[in-house]
Design a binder for this molecule. Structure first.
Ligand code: UD1
Length: 374
């Protein structure tokens, strides 16, 4: 058996690993061992996703928790190293672009264990984003690079990655979405929040560039006040954003905005149900840009750039820069007046990416076994 250590750490990793663990289950030649670094640990940020997506319980949990970037990354590396040494895997598989992705890929590479990166090659070309550094470093030490869109291969080739390491397989996050569309219908979120389909805006904001300074958070509240006059807003709030509201003494102010509902971070199925029926989504997340593109729901991304350009060229995504109430209102008005435009689902976002990845891993393992036995 080829032993693959599959790593997850933070919320956006869970929906990416779910279809892979599923495709590895019962495989005659590949065996997946799931390691959770514990970067995210709250029930709402971690366990609820394991439950909703039926991800097997992690075989190992490193319980690293929060910290500065250096402290968190170092802690993950220190705890993951003995795991790799003891487990002696044939491959370490990482997903996405969080600190756990970087820490575990570098640790494995230094122990001479091959690394597979799922969602490789995405580039925002903005090195002020911690995720961009994570993407660059992870790809530089990876042996198998699985990509979700055409731009990724172009980026990797320009960086000197040999073409034979790059595999265009589609999007595992969309595999999960496709599989759970039916189950999400059982969510009662719309009824609970008294919302009607296409009658509300859904917001998620947590990037340091938007929420880590008081000015940005004040602008966010100004935008909410104006937007909520047009449509009710639902805002499942990330712990980091909640913390910033408290730091800046703005908790009361936000709760006082009429027609704005703040909720705790939602589970996968509840969020999916809210997203698919929203009139528009306002976000600074990476994954939500892709999910709204698949669902055909208009998305305004509060960033200057995106590492996922296919969501703009083919999908519903529009980059509108960092928080600016006036710009948000102009764009929201356009969408609410019915001006979202037609979209296309990007190539290979078809629900079968994990299957393709596992087939490639199987071929890779067989070829490797042949060279070692020669
Ligand atoms: C991380 C990822 C980001 C991703 C986001 C999704 C990195 C560099 N960033 O950012 O790419 O979009 O996850 O959520 O890896 N906290 C809790 N409970 C938790 C986890 C975190 O309260 O379960 C709080 C802590 O105060 C922590 C803060 O949130 O300090 C930030 O968590 P952290 O994992 O450092 O980064 P995120 O902002 O969540």
């Amino acid at each position: 058996m080829t032993k693959i250590l599959c790593v997850v750490g933070a919320r956006p990793n869970f929906m990416k690993i779910a279809p892979l663990m599923d495709a590895l289950k019962g495989h005659p030649r590949l065996s997946g061992i799931l390691v959770h670094t514990g970067q995210h640990y709250d029930e709402a940020m971690s366990k609820s996703f394991f439950d909703d997506l039926r991800i097997p319980k992690p075989d190992l949990n490193l319980d690293v928790g929060s910290g500065t970037h250096a402290a968190q990354t170092a802690h993950i590396m220190e705890t993951f190293e003995p795991v790799v040494t003891a487990q002696r895997p044939d491959l370490v598989l990482v997903v996405g672009d969080v600190n756990s992705t970087l820490a575990c890929s570098v640790t494995a590479a230094k122990l001479l264990v091959p690394v597979a990166h799922v969602e490789a090659g995405l580039r925002s070309f903005d090195r002020t984003m911690p995720e961009e550094i994570n993407r660059l470093v992870t790809d530089a030490v990876s042996d198998l690079l699985f990509t979700t869109e055409q731009s990724a291969a172009e980026n990797l080739l320009k960086e000197g990655v040999p073409a034979e390491k790059i595999h265009f397989v589609g999007n595992v996050m969309i595999d999960t979405l496709v599989r759970h569309l039916d189950a999400a219908k059982r969510s009662r979120m719309l009824e609970q929040l008294m919302l009607t389909p296409r009658g509300y805006a859904l917001v998620t904001l947590h990037r340091p560039s938007n929420v880590d300074h008081a000015e940005g958070v004040r602008e966010m509240l100004a935008a909410f006040r104006r937007l909520a006059e047009r449509v009710p807003i639902v805002f499942p709030i990330h712990p980091r954003t909640r913390q910033r509201l408290a730091d800046f003494g703005l908790e009361r102010e936000v709760s006082a905005i009429p027609h704005l509902t703040l909720t705790e971070p939602l589970g996968y199925l509840d969020f999916l149900q809210l997203m698919r029926h929203a009139a528009l989504v306002l976000t600074d997340s990476g994954g939500i840009q892709e999910e709204t593109t698949y669902l055909g729901v208009p998305c305004l991304t509060l960033r200057d750039n995106t590492e996922r350009p296919v969501t703009v060229t083919h999908g519903t995504n529009r980059l509108i820069g960092r928080l600016n109430a006036q710009r948000i209102m102009a764009e929201a008005d356009r969408i609410l007046a019915g001006g979202a435009g037609a979209t296309r689902i990007p190539a290979l976002w078809d629900g079968h990416a994990a299957q393709r990845i596992v087939e490639i891993l199987d071929r890779w393992a067989q070829a490797r076994a042949k060279t070692t036995s020669c």
